[in-house]
Design a protein. Structure first.
Length: 194
């Protein structure tokens, strides 16, 4: 746990560095495939410091995260033993069979829901590769879910600042449920309208 705290503090300090945007891209990329600290740790202070660049930072996070997700998928697909080792480091290898059944039944929903939450995204990207989830659909879902997450953080911080972020973090479960209801409603509407 001490190592995780040091990593967290180090990533947070990168937000104040003169190469913060590049570091944000690297952290976003790595977090989707193997790194334990989410890019939000950098995104939040960077948006608060430069609200005029909020959506630029969200775009950097999204693109890098989706590219990192493809690496995570490749690790699971072509390097399954490495993927399983990473999952075991994260304490998730023991739930492999249950996750496999869930993926086979509801893979797209698993990616959408978990991609919006603070659950480490690398779990989903590596598992998607191991379970050989449809790559084109995986890519599209990653763009939607990661973009929604990072642009929401950027919007909230740009619009209302740190006070609103604190409220969202305290009520993260409620906001996740609201987001999922909207998402399900949109899918149902599209299905019946087209």
């Amino acid at each position: 746990m001490d190592l995780l705290r040091k990593l967290y503090d180090w990533v947070f300090s990168l937000a104040r560095h003169r190469h913060a945007t590049r570091s944000l891209a690297v952290v976003s990329f790595a977090e989707s495939s193997f790194f334990p600290i989410p890019p939000d740790v950098m995104l939040a202070p960077m948006v608060l410091a430069r609200p005029d660049r909020a959506y630029f930072y969200a775009t950097v996070c999204t693109i890098a995260s989706v590219l990192g997700a493809l690496l995570g998928y490749a690790i699971g697909y072509w390097l399954e033993p490495v993927g399983m080792w990473i999952l075991s480091l994260l304490g998730k290898a023991d739930t492999f069979e249950a996750s496999k059944a869930l993926f086979q039944q509801h893979g797209a929903w698993v990616i959408l829901i978990k991609g919006l939450t603070p659950i480490p995204f690398k779990l989903i990207t590596i598992a998607s590769g191991i379970f050989q989830f449809n790559l084109a659909l995986f890519f599209a879902l990653c763009v939607v879910t990661r973009g929604a997450r990072f642009f929401l953080v950027a919007f909230v911080l740009k619009r209302w600042g740190p006070a609103m972020l604190e409220m969202v973090e305290k009520r993260l479960a409620m906001w996740t449920v609201i987001g999922l209801v909207v998402l399900v409603g949109a899918f149902v509407a599209v299905k019946y309208l087209l």
